[in-house]
Ligand binder design. Structure first.
Ligand SMILES: Cc1cc2nc3c(=O)[nH]c(=O)nc-3n(C[C@H](O)[C@H](O)[C@H](O)COP(=O)(O)O)c2cc1C
Length: 340
């Protein structure tokens, strides 16, 4: 079907359905502190993605690096949904130079054959989740690590697996970052606002997803300032592999691509039975972010640390974090838009 063919009224209904479905699927995306800092606007044959400043962590993430990464994951989820529904799309990133919050426009170009890879990713999207328990099982298989790295690289971002010495540098950076942040009252308030409790509003991290005791780890995980109710084993996470997700610049366009790459890598990992736990504290603090850049020998800019570990297939893992209702995140616009 050509672009011009997308003019029949029934096409309008099909397009609205497909785009609504895509924005709804994007709601499963992981985000820093489960803030879900995105907003979708649906108009005709296009879906626009915006940063929602009301859910950006002003103290922890003043440059919106982590919010933009999170929105990038949502963008990739929406792309997967449309591809799996059999739509060909054009994605334009940062389409409006006057509006930095307008992160992307996805425009439907016509029908296409859905491929098996995207159909598999679509099934994985609601299953993927964050598991903060120590990884104590078998090591991650090298071929799985290569497949996850390839999925990241297909989205113009890179993944560097840390050597044993670099893991020790990371451990020290993570510890320093957490101490620096915890010393600031405004940071503690922000953390307290978004984490703990039952989270009936649908955003933030509930106690059920926060370890009930400090896990035995070489690299300290996020210190939530209190223990949750998630049961964790007393074993050390010796089987963990750490990797740095990084890109060629420290600019919003590449952060967005980094989020798309995070989605591609995390979905692939889930399909291979590998858990992913992001560690963003070392990226949040300037001095430790620079230390992570030095680990990359300044070949790129670090966006996120990922802990990877093989999952016991019999273990369903911790409960899923809640999500905001889709209608709070999707705005239907009746404005007619013309193709450029
Ligand atoms: C950019 C980004 C940074 C994150 N940083 C951390 C982190 O430092 N520590 C942590 O435990 N989880 C981290 N997470 C995981 C989120 O807390 C998690 O995705 C969110 O609570 C939603 O839960 P779910 O992944 O189980 O759906 C991060 C996620 C993203 C996308």
């Amino acid at each position: 079907m050509s672009n011009d063919a997308l003019t029949h009224p029934t096409d309008a209904v099909a397009m609205r359905h497909a785009l609504t479905e895509a924005a709804t699927t994007a709601g499963y995306a992981p985000s820093i502190h489960n803030t879900q800092p995105w907003r979708w606007r649906l108009a005709g044959d296009a879906l626009d993605l915006y940063t929602d400043r009301r859910r950006v962590l002003a103290v922890t993430d003043p440059e919106t690096r982590l919010a933009t990464l999170s929105c990038g994951v949502a963008l990739h989820h929406a792309r997967m949904s449309l591809a799996a529904q059999g739509w060909q799309v054009t994605t334009t990133r940062l389409p409006d130079p006057t509006d930095p919050d307008h992160l992307a426009t996805i425009r439907l170009d016509g029908r296409a054959r859905a491929d098996q890879q995207t159909a598999l990713h679509l099934r994985t999207i609601p299953l993927r989740h964050t598991d903060r328990r120590p990884v104590t099982g078998a090591p991650v298989r090298p071929e799985d690590l290569r497949a996850i790295t390839a999925a990241v690289e297909a989205e113009d971002t890179w993944l560097h697996t840390l050597s044993a010495d670099q893991v020790l540098e990371l451990a020290s950076a993570a510890d320093h970052a957490q101490r620096t942040e915890a010393a600031e009252a405004a940071w503690r308030d922000e953390l307290g606002y978004w984490t703990g409790g039952n989270r009936p509003g649908g955003a933030g991290i509930p106690d059920a997803a926060i370890p009930g005791q400090a896990p035995q780890t070489t690299v300290p995980g996020r210190d939530f300032g209190h223990h949750g109710t998630l049961a964790v084993s007393a074993e050390h996470d010796r089987a963990a592999v750490f990797a740095l997700l990084y890109g060629r610049t420290d600019e919003p366009r590449d952060w967005l691509r980094g989020g798309e790459a995070l989605s591609a890598g995390w979905l692939t990992a889930t399909e291979l039975g590998v858990s992913v736990l992001p560690h963003s504290a070392p990226i949040e603090v300037v001095s430790t972010r620079q230390a992570m850049r030095a680990v990359l020998a300044s070949t790129g800019y670090p966006y996120l640390v990922l802990r990877l570990g093989a999952i016991d297939p019999a273990d369903a893992g911790p409960p899923h974090a809640p999500r905001l209702p889709a209608d709070q995140l999707i705005e239907q616009s009746h404005q007619v838009r013309h193709r450029a």
